[in-house]
Design a protein around this ligand. Structure first.
Ligand SMILES: [Zn+2]
Ligand SMILES: [Zn+2]
Length: 148
């Protein structure tokens, strides 16, 4: 694992490291499933886009991401119904605003998901940050994962 700490901040070399970091987090519900966000609109062909602009409000539990390449915006679950117009995410380390996004899901042994966390990796410097989390209402984990 290439996770490293720079000046007390978590950094990662790749999106795989972000997944590993998510799974190692303690203090919250255990992450049992991770989903790397991709934009699979036809214009990307066989090469889904993975770079996004992110807007998220941790206090309200809402998030939205917009594909850098095609501009398509997607809200996380029902975020659009509770939207609080948060400002766009930018890296607290290097200030730029393009990130890769990974979702972490907590599900029980029966595959019922109850919690979702949205995390980003700065594509410039590798800084990792959890940007928002949502309580979900006992959704089937695979159904939830495919809706992200
Ligand atoms: Zn796209
Ligand atoms: Zn950065």
């Amino acid at each position: 694992m290439a996770l490293r700490t720079v000046s007390g901040q978590q950094m990662a070399e790749s999106v795989d490291d972000l997944v590993a970091w998510l799974r190692s987090l303690s203090g919250g519900p255990a992450i049992t499933r991770t989903v790397v966000a991709q934009c699979t609109r036809p214009m990307h062909g066989d090469d889904p886009a993975t770079w996004f602009y992110v807007e998220a409000d941790a206090s309200a539990g809402v998030g939205r991401m917009r594909c850098l390449a095609c501009g398509d915006a997607r809200s996380v679950l029902d975020s659009s119904e509770r939207w609080t117009f948060p400002s766009a995410w930018s890296c607290i380390n290097c200030r730029q605003s393009i990130s890769e996004v990974v979702f972490g899901i907590h599900a029980d042994d029966n595959g019922r998901a109850s919690w979702l966390v949205m995390c980003v990796r700065c594509v410039e410097c590798g800084h990792l940050q959890g940007v928002t989390d949502l309580v979900v209402d006992e959704l089937d984990v695979e159904e939830l994962a495919s809706s992200l």
